[in-house]
Design a protein around this ligand. Structure first.
Ligand SMILES: Nc1ncnc2c1ncn2[C@@H]1O[C@H](COP(=O)(O)OP(=O)(O)O)[C@@H](O)[C@H]1O
Ligand SMILES: [Mg+2]
Length: 199
């Protein structure tokens, strides 16, 4: 069993609290909140296991934080994932929401290019997300100052007939719809959505 405490805390959403893995700097541990069912967590794990059967060596970059198994913690059963860090400083990468709220740090153009790259990779490798929110995307700052956007939450889909898993025509449409639905049609559009969403 590993012990997680305040010093390991990274952030949280409605579902889980995220901690730095005390013994592995490249991983984080997510502990589901009390109301989250095992069924919910397990469905997500199954999607990651399905993705892991694919050949990931052709990815331009690891565009989602991958699942690395479960582990007992003092706070309950946790799931281990890749932790995103900036290349040069090694600090834990900030979310896209953070950069959209702190406009002076990175240009909109850089963020937009990174989003286009993410979309291209999701389309090419048929990886979907149910919850494409700026707070579920991490911005890894590279040595040359460019950004890679990495999905840290919400991966998977609920399609009963998963045509998009198999046919490029459907996967392309599905990802187009996802980007539209979550207001990723431009950086300005996303900023306006964040303002409205966060009231
Ligand atoms: N792999 C990761 N790398 C860096 N930060 C992360 C990572 N996963 C989560 N975080 C941080 O923790 C927060 C909550 O994690 P998340 O998985 O989105 O929880 P929830 O499922 O409750 O929404 C994120 O918004 C982000 O700030
Ligand atoms: Mg989240």
């Amino acid at each position: 069993m590993i012990v997680l405490n305040d010093e390991h805390y990274i952030g949280e959403g409605l579902i889980r609290t995220c901690y730095e893995h005390p013994e592995d700097k490249s991983r984080c541990v997510k502990v589901p909140k009390a109301h989250v069912t095992r069924d919910y967590t397990y469905k997500e794990i199954l999607y990651y296991l399905k993705l892991q059967k694919r050949n990931t060596s052709k990815f331009n970059y690891p565009f989602y934080s991958d699942y690395r198994g479960e582990l007992e913690t003092n706070l309950g059963l946790g799931q281990v994932f890749d932790l995103v860090r900036d290349e040069q400083t090694g600090t834990i990468s900030k979310t896209l929401e953070y950069y959209l709220n702190n406009e002076t740090l990175v240009t909109s153009e850089k963020l937009w290019n990174a989003l286009l790259q993410l979309k291209q990779q999701m389309t090419q490798f048929k990886v979907f997300t149910r919850d494409l929110r700026a707070r579920n995307l991490c911005c890894k700052v590279l040595n040359d100052g460019t950004i890679q956007i990495i999905i840290i939450d919400g991966i998977g889909h609920r399609d009963f007939f998963p045509l998009a898993d198999y046919f490029s025509f459907f996967s392309k449409k599905k990802i187009e719809r996802t980007f539209k639905k979550w207001h990723f049609t431009s950086i300005e559009d996303q900023k306006a959505f964040l303002l409205k969403d966060n009231g």
